[in-house]
Design a protein around this ligand. Sequence first.
Ligand SMILES: [Fe+2]
Length: 239
Amino acid sequence: MTVAMAQRVYEEGDPDMPEEFAELLRRMLTHHLENSTNPHYTELLSHLWARGMALAPEERLKTTYAKLMQQEVEHGVITSRILAGLGVGPIVQPIKQYLFHLPIDTFCDMAYFNALGDRVGCYIGETWEDVPYRPLLNVAERLHKDEVFHATFGLSNLRRVCSTPEGLAEANEKITIWWPAALDMFGRSDSQFSESYVTWGLRKLDNEALRRQYIAETRPLLEDLGITVPDDLANRRFL
Ligand SMILES: [Fe+2]
């Protein structure tokens, strides 16, 4: 089954919405990191705010970072609102993706978090422009544009880090931690839900195809900065 099953766009509360589609939608959005009702997400945002404000090497960067963080809060509110429309209430769910638990000790770590972590959001999660569900369609373009801004901000900070020999040395050390963590955010290649999401048009590609696309487009960006990117299978937890 390759052609998306859902041939039309469903509205919120649509009586014609197939239950299998609604179940997959609930599952995808419940597993989605950004949710303002989830105290673990709020805790993560507080941690990222504190790290960003403490590590910014220049005051003006704090303004840009504040805008980024405001958008992450808004993304959480949007997800919780769409879930409410699907009959799902507040969520209390620890954050599974280990990239979000990696230590952010230096500005280089902060740069990698946005440059690689938020960049994953541009491939998986904030890619809803063709999803046959109106509430998601209405926000898809905005969410994707925001994540591109977050990833671009990260890359420009990484460029700054790599502009000194010490910074480049640190970036080449830390990439061995952040690269596998970013690739593992795409999930297992054999995930049974990954295919169902594609079948129902909730995703364009499965986990492995999205991960390959990310690698093909992100690896050259890092190599252009002088970073030696490790093998894609090195230090991975999920293949
Ligand atoms: Fe983001």
